[in-house]
Design a binder for this molecule. Structure first.
Ligand code: FAD
Length: 391
């Protein structure tokens, strides 16, 4: 405990991309912190979710000297200078992915690899990371000395006093519940369909392949040298039981309009409804929310990790300015700064999700929207080269 009675400057709840990045950034500027994670190290380092980090996320890591966390991973557009291959009704086109986002190179890096690397870097830098922290609860966030209680793996209860709490515990975490209901607003958009997402033990070649088809959207995206995540648009009411392995592969073939020659063991299936969610404000008293604890973005945009890194970057700079210069201006503006960025990215993600889905299966939005979406899709694709005259 320090002379002021506090144990650390910042308690970070959650060791995902947001929490680990924030902890690493703070340590590098000499601000002490404690990260509390409810799961074990083995669990968080194996949990598979995202697979692509966009150029904005890579830039944040590089700016804090943490680029090694994604080093050695393929550039997200490395297959071709033309962009990401996309099959439109079975015809191969190229999606100029960078058109809508930040310039620079994104990477294909499985989320569990990024998390594993961030854990290693944080611990190597001398970070205090406590796994197996159960029943985390926040107290006195409206005062100058908030405290965080949790239960150690041996059952004993610990209390950590701090200056600030960072809620980086994901969409289903507890931090957000410390904000009074009459203060917090939740804005959400549901798209009206779901994705069957499937992990399969098979390399993706090319690293990402998308399909727009009348049967629905489909994709196969790399998750490492021998793993892919497959995506198939499906009705919200579908269950994984309706998708035996053979149906997954045959539906992928139908939407790709070509045989899928390399198949592998399917290790997990989930129905995920793409949605956009934004909680506001992202700060209340001494609590600041970041990452999925504050917002969800349609996975079609593959920007969730990047948004988490943007928040971590903004919060780290703000806390450092407060702690080292006694200047609260950045911290006071943290919520507005991040919400502005989040809404910008939500706008782009909603547009992209609608174009990719509406231009395929007309069941949801109708033929008129399909034709409009097709025209919009065309502006995002490399122009089609005229067919060669028959020799
Ligand atoms: C199928 C799918 C595909 C996706 N693809 C992409 C993609 O390609 N690119 C991309 O950028 N994003 C993608 N995303 C989104 C991305 O996975 C998330 O945006 C990202 O995980 C957010 O990171 P986070 O650190 O905010 O939250 P999380 O990763 O959820 O981390 C939160 C951490 O807090 C811990 N925690 C939770 N509750 C508590 C508690 N009470 N006490 C202590 N700890 C707690 C959790 O165990 C976890 O370790 C995808 C998401 C899905 C579902």
């Amino acid at each position: 405990m320090t002379g002021t009675g506090k144990d650390t400057s910042v308690v970070i709840v959650g060791a995902g991309v947001a929490g680990l990045a924030l902890g690493t950034f703070l340590l590098r500027k000499g601000v002490d912190c404690v990260v509390l994670e409810k799961h074990s190290r083995a669990y968080v380092e194996r949990r598979q979710r995202a697979g692509a980090l966009d150029a904005g996320g890579v830039r944040v890591l590089n700016e804090w000297g943490v680029g090694e966390a994604v080093e050695g991973h393929s550039r997200a557009d490395s297959d071709s200078d033309s962009g990401v291959p996309m099959l439109v009704d079975g015809v191969q086109r190229w999606w100029r992915m960078g058109d809508d986002g930040e310039s620079g190179d994104g990477v294909f890096c499985p989320q569990q690899v990024l998390v594993r690397n961030l854990v290693r870097i944080f611990l190597r830098d001398g970070g205090d990371l406590r796994f197996g922290a159960k029943d985390v609860s926040l107290r006195d966030i409206g005062t100058e000395q908030p405290l965080v209680r949790y239960r150690e793996p041996d059952g004993s209860t610990r209390t950590v006093m701090c200056d600030f709490v960072a809620g980086a515990d994901g969409y289903r975490g507890v931090s957000r519940t410390a904000v009074p209901e009459d203060v917090l607003t939740c804005s959400r958009h549901e798209f009206g369909y779901a994705w069957l997402t499937v992990m399969a033990e098979v390399p993706a070649d090319p690293l990402a392949l998308l399909a727009v088809h009348a049967r629905g959207f489909a994709a196969q995206i790399t998750r490492g040298p021998n793993a892919s995540r497959l995506y198939l648009q499906c009705p919200l009411s579908d269950t994984v039981e309706q998708w035996p392995d053979e149906r997954v592969w045959s539906e992928l073939e139908a939407r790709f309009g070509a045989p899928v020659e390399r198949r592998g063991a399917i290790t997990s299936k989930q129905i995920v409804p793409p949605r956009g969610v934004v909680f506001s404000p992202m700060s209340h008293g001494r609590l600041h929310l970041l990452g999925d604890a504050a917002h969800l973005i349609s996975p079609m945009s593959a920007e969730g990790m990047s948004l988490a890194l943007h928040d971590a970057d903004t919060l780290a700079r703000a806390v450092v300015q407060q702690v080292q210069k006694n200047d609260p201006s950045l911290l006071d503006g943290y919520s507005d700064t991040c919400l502005h960025h989040t809404w910008e990215r939500q706008a782009s993600a909603v547009r992209m999700t609608q174009i990719m889905h509406d231009s395929g299966d007309p069941t949801y939005e109708g033929e008129f929207r399909k034709q409009i979406a097709r025209k919009e899709l065309e502006t995002m694709l490399e122009p089609q080269t005229a067919p060669h005259p028959a020799a």
